[in-house]
Design a protein around this ligand. Sequence first.
Ligand code: RIB
Length: 326
Amino acid sequence: MITVLGSINIDLVARTRRLPRPGETVAGRSANTAAGGKGANQALAVHRAGRPVHLIGAVGRDGFAEPALAVLKEAGLDLSRVRQVEGATGSAFIIIGDDGENMITVVAGANGMLGEEDVERSLAGSRQGDFLMLQMEIHADMISRALAMARGRKVKTILNIAPATGDVLDLASMADIVIANESEFALLASQPLKGLDDQIAALRRLHDNCHQTIVVTLGPAGAMAISDGQIIQVPALPVTPIDTVGAGDTFCGYFAAELDRHGDIERALRVSAIAGSLACTELGAQTSIPGRDVVMAALINPHSLPLSVGAGYGIEFYVERIDDTG
Ligand code: RIB
């Protein structure tokens, strides 16, 4: 069983030709609201990867609560442990440029009100070997409590250190598995990292100190990890990204799901790197999470792309064809 303790947001998304600089106003070309939040996105990714998942989170008592949960509800996720609290639903203000780059401001709202009872709830019924997955959009004290309590119960913990905050070093040291993107990993390593050799050296150094499994997502270069002293590197799927929001969450959800399924880190990494790539080919943090059938088809034969997908939620992927004829 996988439990996700984390944020539920409404994403307010504007698309522009290019991102504004500080103090600058740029013309937007479209705007929309969408369901998001790293906790919600990752729980949905676990679900689409075909594993049972519990989401522990909170929404406010406002007009955003329902749309923030709509995709999860439609997908049939168990939301019985999501509370409604006084105040505002968490929100993320996202600007996406034509090159796929984005900038995000997150306002915690109800996510910041998750407390000890939610931590208790996140571990109620968990057994040795189950997984608890967390991100950094809820209060650091609650992350710390959940990690400590999970360790006491021999529940395996996965901490996605996104968005990286000042608490990252302390919290990361408490998790069994840490997942970071390149900039988050440089913070974890407490040094600028120039290229793959630096990153591998930092992975080895951190692993020697704390023996954790550490996973680094590398965008179009795939992902790598260190586990039991071994460095593992896997490729991404070559795609034309149109929106990378939620790709990291898709990676995390698939990674947890695949680990839960068979316990093989390399295979989990391979599958989740492909899932993360596919998530960049659609708009929206949740609507872009691919179904497992699509991911496995791309894993077995990337040349079968482009894919027109009946993943069960009516979305089509347009993936750049890999042409081996040159
Ligand atoms: O990781 C993507 C998510 O980050 C978005 O859905 C947004 O809510 C922010 O939390």
